[in-house]
Design a binder for this molecule. Sequence first.
Ligand code: HEM
Length: 554
Amino acid sequence: MDPVFIAAGFVVLAIVYGVYRRYSYISLADVPGPESASFIMGNLKELYQGQAAEADFKWQAQFGNIVRFRGSFGEDQLMISDPAALQYILARSGYRFPKPHDRRTLSQMMNGKGIFSVDGDNHKRHKKIMLPGFGGPESKAFLLLFKNCAESMCNKWMEIISHSKEGSVVFNIPAWVSRATLDAIGEAAFDVRFNSIDNDENALARSYRGLMTDVFGSPSDGMLLFQDISKYIPPRILKYYIEMGKSPRITRMRETGNLATSVAKQLVKDKAEMLLGGKGSRDIFSLLAVKANMDTNAKAKLTEEELFAQMRTILAAGHETTSNTISWALLELARWPDIQSRLRAEIWETEATVHARGDVNFTIADFDAMPYTAAVIKEVLRLCCVAYHVHRCASQDDILPLSQPITTRSGEVIRELPVPKGTRIVVSIAAYNRNKELWGEDAHLFNPDRWLNGTAKEKKVTSIGVYSNLMTFLGGVRFCVGWRFAVIELQAFLTEIVGKFEFAPTDKTELIRREACLVMSPTIEGEVGNGVQLPLRVSLARRTGKGCQTPGCR
Ligand code: HEM
């Protein structure tokens, strides 16, 4: 065929395609949102350089639950906290809104090829294998173990306080709690004792300490820009860059990853020997490994590499999240002494019932009968959601349903929102958790009573969150597998800690920042370089009353 004729054919096809794209392309430019500060950086600095979700709350107040903002070089992106749109993105559309590939590469670098970094059928396989380890009965069985880990930490605090002249000590709370929760995850997930409460030198505990602030805290303009354009870099090249990169942040992440993998390999070896010797145990990993290796269907198995990655994922996801949540909880209780006292009163009252029936430890049924404790925990998870954002991407042109109509910049009222293929979506967990429609007019305030007086809409028509309709543990196909585990751990830790100690603010309390580093971690204004810090003054909780046998009684 004549080459000129072929070339002309291509040109015509290109023009037809160009015209088609021009008139079929869905634009987000008319969706309300903040003005872009610069063409190159868009709104990225405002969104990612402030404290965690600071921009989200500001934009939500100004523009509502659907906000169009600019990424780098004028790209339109969406920040969403609308319940119906989120239900559609996370649940109803299945895997049509996957994680963007740059986020998956990042997860892979942090945790290996585990559940965080896969999508579609592959993700279904991972989740199916993991879920049996995290069911209701499995998680409830860890209650005593969590209590014991919290008790070890409390015993250390008591010893230190007993040597202090003032009868109180300022502790950097997360430095202690993260060791206790690492011990808890070690034992619950792998039946291994890290003993990091007793041994501050534990290598894994030291390596995880401050990891997120070191790697993701205080991002420079260059880092933000790189993160935003990394979606255009082919996954293999991005992975190569991350694996070979020499920057201190990348090196820090890689070193922790290598250490976690070597711990995971040793655990797998020990566990395999135990299981072969017929000594199976009920820890999560034994359940997972047995399931992964015994399934006759090869497609339902995990490879050895995936198994290591799963362990790294559980180690990382299972202790920083709960540790930070407990630390934020104690900060709120220090700020609100009346709430702290009311919580302690319920804990002591239940403890008296437990002792009266001849028991030493609380059971799950006891927690079920503690409405104020439950309300405090829900309120902490709502207001201090440590995972404040997740990212998704539209894999095709799509239409988002909306809970409430929005008025576009040109004045049109729309009840559903068309989004073009490739749109990056920031799911604002934090903004959803402060949606006034769901949680009341005082949604920015720490007020556990909202869960008792019917203000909190736990059972809204558009139900999405797995726990009390909160978005904290996400919902839909990628809901947090560890949510029951986390809630029971919070119950056990808070009951133990608040039952024994009183928490008061220090002169640093008002300087505490909600540091945005993928997991919201506490730091101090002016001392961000010192890493995770949340100092509180801790003293023994004094009981009054005759016959009291417990520490702190007078
Ligand atoms: C307060 C504590 C916790 C919070 C706030 C939390 C939050 C979350 C969130 C928001 C996600 C979704 C991430 C995404 O899709 O990008 C997630 C996923 C996950 N979480 Fe948690 N989590 C907590 C505790 C735990 C614990 C204790 C474990 C394990 C022991 C755990 C294991 C996981 C795993 C394996 C996933 C991946 C699920 C999937 O992709 O299907 N989490 N978590």
